[in-house]
Structures are given as C-alpha cells and as structure tokens.
Design a protein around this ligand. Sequence first.
Ligand SMILES: Cc1cc2nc3c(=O)[nH]c(=O)nc-3n(C[C@H](O)[C@H](O)[C@H](O)COP(=O)(O)OP(=O)(O)OC[C@H]3O[C@@H](n4cnc5c(N)ncnc54)[C@H](O)[C@@H]3O)c2cc1C
Length: 291
Amino acid sequence: MSEVSFKLPEVIVNQYRKAEPLKAVCVEKKILVEGESGSDVCHIVFDTKDYKYKEGQSAPVIPPGENEQGKAHNPRLYSIASMGNDINHNEKLTLCVRRVVYNDESTGKEVKGVCSNYLCDLKEGDEVLMTGPSGRKYLLPDTSEINRPYVFLATGTGIAPFRGMIDRLLNHTPEFNSPIYLFFGARYKSEMMYEDEFSKIENPNFHYIQAISREQKNKEGGRMYVHHRMIEMSEELAGILQNDKTIIYLCGLKGMEEGIEEAMQVISKELGESENYLINKFQGRILKEVY
Ligand SMILES: Cc1cc2nc3c(=O)[nH]c(=O)nc-3n(C[C@H](O)[C@H](O)[C@H](O)COP(=O)(O)OP(=O)(O)OC[C@H]3O[C@@H](n4cnc5c(N)ncnc54)[C@H](O)[C@@H]3O)c2cc1C
C-alpha cells in the first residue's frame, strides 16, 4: 500500500509470533450466512486475553495439522471485525469467516479450504493459535484527525473491518460529526452480513447502501455492483468526494477496484473534470485490502 496522506495511529504488530502464538478461546460462533454448497459465513468471537489490536488490523490464524510437505500450515489472515480493545467494550475479538469450498478443476473433487473450514467448525471453548496482530496502515486516522468524512466500500467478508471502524466512529468518538457512506455488495439479500446492525443505526450522518448483484438491476439492466450504486448517487457524493479530508476504504473481493476506478472516472466527468481527477485527488486517501 502506498503512503497515506494522514496521520496513522501507532499500533502494535506481531505481539505474538509463530514460535509462541496466542491461545485464543472461541467463546461464541454463529452462522451469519447460509451459503451455497456449504460455503457459509460465520461470526466467531474469541477471548484473546491481552492481545492488543485496532480495527482494520488482521489476525493471523494457524490451522492445526500439516501441509502436503509435512510442515506446519502457514497462518491465514482474517480482518478483525470488532472495534479495537484500546477502549473498554464487551466484544473481545471477532472474525467474520467465509468457509471456502470449491471443486478442483483438474480432479473435479470438492476441496475444503484448510483454515476457513477449521474456523467455521469451531465449538465454544476450543482453543485457536493466533499470531499478530498484523497491519500498520489499513487503519482509521489517529484520533487527532479522525473527524472527517468516510466512504467504506465492501464486498462479502470485506465488511469485517468496517464493522469495528463504524462502531468506533459513531459510538466511541464523541466529537465525530462527519458523514459516513457504507456501500456493501453481495450476491443475494441473504448474504448481507450484519444488516441487522447497520440498518438499525439512526445517526443521520450514517448512510448504508446495498448493491445486491443477483437481485437488483443497474441502469443498463445488468447486475448491480457497488460501483453502480456510487454512480447512481454521484450528485449526493459530489461534495464529499471533493472534500480534501475524505478517506475511501475498500475491502473484499479481488477485482472490485476496477469498478470503483470506473465509478470515480464517471463521477469526475460529471463534475466537469478530467477522467482521472478523483483518482489523482485520492492518492494517499484511498486504502485497499482485497483478497
Ligand atoms: C488481508 C487479508 C484479510 C482477509 N480477511 C478475511 C476475512 O475477514 N474473512 C475471510 O473469510 N477471509 C479473509 N481472508 C482470506 C483468508 O486469509 C484465507 O485466504 C481464506 O480463508 C482461505 O483459506 P483456507 O485455508 O480456508 O483455504 P486454503 O486451504 O488456503 O485454500 C485456498 C486455496 O484454494 C484456492 N481456491 C479458493 N477458492 C477457489 C475456487 N473457487 N476455485 C479454485 N481454487 C480456489 C485458492 O487459490 C487457494 O490456493 C483475508 C485475506 C487477507 C490477505
């Protein structure tokens, strides 16, 4: 990720390492989405004791067992879906995990992702090895610069970091009085994770916009993605996209950047500017985490 143009908070990374990982305990697990062919999404809460993290960081999880080379599995990263524990609150550390299940192209056999299936099969009381936390840059600004507009763009489990960030901004930052636009894309309405939480937020600064690709149509009659919603709302977004303080965060499926770039080009032209006006303007203020 290139340098950001705002002050980032100091965070702790690698408090725990592979040689001496944290033993986190699963204290709650629930299915958020019942996925097709068993690829559900789970909300998993851990007691992580003194693990010090901020929302936006990721937790690397070491699955038990060995890989094909007979070595311990590499840790897999998961975005932390709860607000950092620098502020006292009830939630410990939450992950939002999609169970990876796919058919191997060469053998045609069903393959289950090692770590995601391990996590989605956890039971309360199970112990999980974690390292990290990981990540110094995909963070909200330092408290001194936090009061500014935000555009959060999520697809699928990319919603995870925004759950904690929005909690911090709206519930734990008394001076915060700027707009937040959360765009969330998924295939079906039933895949809108945390909809119950986001749709309940009554703060007039908070705007929650859904793009449901297989159930809604864009202007051209095609599937509705996040970038189509941005273009639809270009008049409303014009002000905050021209504001030098606004930060855009995007998180989720690899490939979503293309559509977002297209939306920024369309909106730039609507503003009477050159195609790359907004893309250039947001250098250092657009943070991406795709996987
Ligand atoms: C910064 C970051 C944050 C992340 N945050 C989250 C998160 O919040 N939630 C979450 O669920 N995941 C997240 N991930 C992804 C996560 O780290 C794992 O990659 C994912 O869970 C799969 O791991 P696994 O061990 O289950 O699968 P593995 O056993 O590692 O298998 C995955 C392998 O299967 C292949 N594969 C996967 N799907 C298919 C397919 N349909 N067809 C063919 N091949 C396929 C992949 O190329 C890969 O080689 C994040 C990744 C990163 C880098």
